[in-house]
Write a protein that binds this ligand. Sequence first.
Ligand SMILES: [Zn+2]
Length: 224
Amino acid sequence: MYLLRKQFDAVVAVFAVIFILVTCSGRTESETLVNKDDVYLTLVNKTHELPANWEKLVQIDTVKNSLDETIQIEHKTYASFLELREALLSEGIQIELDSVYRSVEDQQELWDYFTEEYGEKYTETYVAVPGYSEHHTGLAVDIFVIKDGKVIRENDEMIADRKDFAVIHDHLAEYGFILRYLEGKEEITGYGYEPWHLRFVNSKEIAEEITSRGLTLEEYLSEP
Ligand SMILES: [Zn+2]
């Protein structure tokens, strides 16, 4: 009987430990939850992880660009992108979706592949840590340009194409988009200048304020 009692105590102790482990890990996750109303102004960067409940709050659609490539993108972001695209077409510039939504699992696979092929140091420099890429939100849109039948898609080509990207950037706010990684703000965003990386904020007014004041999303959201 004594032995049984002892075994019972041991089992209780094990369950107590499991309970503590489960509730503690639950608590750390709940620190990064987001309210439905704040979805479009959620900050995800190298120090702000994707909220744990994100996938429950956004609708990710699967669409095709005009090169018949499959893209995943948040529902409202896509509707606004199509309007932006239409407006730019009338200025003679054709923009297309490149990379938009990437799940944390996809990013992990990318991370593991790079680590195996190129080592940890290289991977840390060039690949976003899984959970900390804005592309997990489905609101961050990488675009490329087709001009006179020519595809302008390499990063260097796009950075050099100042004229077209100036026109593109001029139209973003009107459709609720901002340019996310600005020149000269690398220390705030953690990224170099990327003229192709847009971010949907679902508000023309907010996008216009951020753009006209030359702010990053980090700066705008840290204001009282
Ligand atoms: Zn991007």
